[in-house]
Design a binder for this molecule. Structure first.
Ligand code: FE
Length: 179
């Protein structure tokens, strides 16, 4: 497993950020920036804003490999462990499970999913059952993951203005752990 560095993160966006965000009409970079902007506008802590920016970094990493691994949340979270604390990595790890959880506990939520997101839900295991939902909610970073998930689902607006990537990469630099 290669550990990511800040320069490597910047080059992943540079090299692969123009790819379409799975089945949607915007790029990976636009999706990441919109997701981070939603967290910032909501007044979330910088760690969650950075998690929002980087939640799909696993997709950009997998674009450089030959595998078609569906578990991009694990790839991204694991590769960020040297750089950031769990307040960044765990919402990333849990953002797919958070979708399965929200489908189980919020009937209105499923109706808001885009066709591409409904399709990926079935590949991801479908909605949680009651036991899975309870186990998910008991995890330390579940609330942050659910917040990230709701931003993720909204961050698909074509041509929305956002701050530049550099604004959020500077924030990521401030969140790098010191110990
Ligand atoms: Fe996403």
């Amino acid at each position: 497993m290669t550990m990511l560095t800040l320069p490597r993160i910047a080059s992943l966006f540079e090299n692969h950020g123009t790819a379409y965000y799975g089945g949607e009409a915007i790029s990976q970079t636009a999706h990441a920036l919109q997701c981070a902007q939603l967290a910032e506008q909501a007044g979330d802590p910088e760690a969650l804003i950075v998690a929002a920016l980087l939640h799909d970094i696993g997709h950009l990493m997998l674009a450089e490999s030959l595998t078609t691994d569906m578990r991009h949340q694990e790839t991204g979270a694991d590769a960020l462990r040297d750089l950031f604390g769990e307040d960044v990595t765990e919402p990333i790890r849990l953002h797919v499970a958070a979708k399965r959880y929200l489908c189980a506990v919020d009937p209105a939520y499923f109706e808001t999913l885009s066709p591409a997101s409904v399709h990926s839900l079935s590949l991801q295991g479908g909605p949680h059952d009651a036991g899975q939902a309870a186990a998910f909610a008991a995890q330390p970073h579940a609330t942050a993951a659910v917040r990230l998930r709701r931003y993720d689902d909204l961050a698909k607006v074509v041509d929305l203005q956002t701050p530049p990537l550099s604004h959020y990469l500077e924030m990521a630099a401030r969140c790098v752990r010191t110990a």
